[in-house]
Design a binder for this molecule. Structure first.
Ligand SMILES: NC(=O)c1ccc[n+]([C@@H]2O[C@H](COP(=O)([O-])OP(=O)(O)OC[C@H]3O[C@@H](n4cnc5c(N)ncnc54)[C@H](OP(=O)(O)O)[C@@H]3O)[C@@H](O)[C@H]2O)c1
Length: 316
């Protein structure tokens, strides 16, 4: 049996993603071997493939490199001392972040401590949509200490991070405002947010006195959104490229502002899986591509207009 992986041997356009074969790895002590059913595709995968950002510069002498941080699949082997999981368990995880990656693999050895059990009530597709995006959403809301009654403005509510952030904030009884294009207005309303069409007018003309800004867009959209905030508001700006600029402007205006880098946390994934299991959270899958269509999956993320998540089916 072979282990097909999607690797990049050089940075560039989506066609640098090629399928390579390797032996199925043996789990070491404390690891399990996962047969990956679905791998999530995130904007950082696309940026790194193009040679942009920290993960690309750190891995430039480490090619070929297998991208991917989100996996869901079945445990098919256990190393010595592996006690948490047994063969047949379904698991998901935010793995190898930020330098190692490896999620775009059919088989992968992962330290048990990086994985969460996926209950039978949750599909592996739904689980694969959660790790990086879900933990980013939770950690951004935590950094802003969002609480009941807060008016929370989330830019890009329809995206991978945004659609989860809205639902978690609504579950915390915040009043949620979000920006999206016309095509996503109804979708945003079904999640319980007041939806604002950014194509129609700047959000600063539509929202005021917000306690919290969760910025998932950056740049000019984030600078405009600072005008929606009340005195002393909290700002969490998630895209790393413009974080310094947004924080600087926000602080000049008297806001409590910070950027962030998501930090893998299996307990948070356990909680998100629980929310999905009891119906408090629904992951939106825009499309699942077979692994040999990974280039199209990256092109979809590059449109900047994916609703929810893009996944790779690693077994077909
Ligand atoms: N720092 C970290 O640790 C970290 C972690 C995760 C993600 N990120 C970054 O956070 C950002 C969001 O990630 P993601 O996974 O949610 O991305 P994504 O899924 O690709 O976001 C796509 C969404 O963005 C919306 N959008 C595009 N332009 C918009 C605008 N001007 N105003 C409002 N919405 C807009 C689109 O909605 P419409 O189609 O309706 O326009 C679409 O639904 C990315 O820049 C990503 O790299 C950073």
């Amino acid at each position: 049996m072979e282990n097909k992986q999607i690797a990049i041997s050089q940075f560039g356009q989506p066609d640098v993603l090629v399928i390579q074969s390797s032996a199925i790895p043996e789990p070491k002590a404390g690891e399990v071997l996962v047969k990956v059913a679905f791998a999530g595709v995130n904007p950082i995968d696309v940026k790194t493939r193009a040679g942009l950002g920290w993960a690309a510069s750190e891995n430039k002498d480490n090619l070929p490199w297998v991208p991917g941080y989100d996996i869901a699949g079945e445990v098919v082997g256990c190393g010595d001392n592996s006690a948490r999981f047994t063969v047949g368990d379904n698991v998901a995880g935010f793995i190898g972040f930020p330098l190692q990656g490896g999620g775009y693999s059919q088989y992968l050895c992962v330290p048990e401590a990086e994985l969460s059990l996926v209950p039978d009530s949750i599909t592996l597709e739904a689980a694969a949509a959660l790790p990086l995006a879900g933990q980013t959403a939770v950690q951004a809301l935590d950094k802003a200490a969002v609480k009941e009654g807060d008016r929370v403005l989330i830019l890009a509510g329809a995206g991978g991070v945004g659609h989860i952030a809205i639902q978690v904030a609504v579950a915390a009884k915040a009043e949620v405002f979000t920006t999206c294009s016309e095509a996503n207005l109804d979708y945003m309303a079904t999640l319980g947010a007041h939806a604002i069409n950014y194509q129609f007018a700047p959000v600063s003309e539509r929202v005021e006195e917000a306690d919290v800004l969760i910025d998932l867009v950056g740049g000019d959209a984030a600078l405009d959104a600072l005008k929606c905030l009340k005195d002393g508001a909290k700002v969490v700006t998630v895209p790393t490229l413009s974080a310094e600029l947004i924080c600087e402007k926000a602080k000049l205006l008297g806001f409590d502002a910070t950027g962030m880098l998501v930090d893998p946390n299996p307990e948070q994934l356990d909680a998100l899986l629980y929310m999905v299991g009891v119906g408090l959270l629904k992951t939106e899958i825009y499309k699942t591509y077979p692994m040999n269509q990974v280039a199209q999956a990256h092109e979809q993320i590059e449109t900047g207009h994916t609703r929810g998540k893009v996944l790779l089916d690693m077994q077909c």
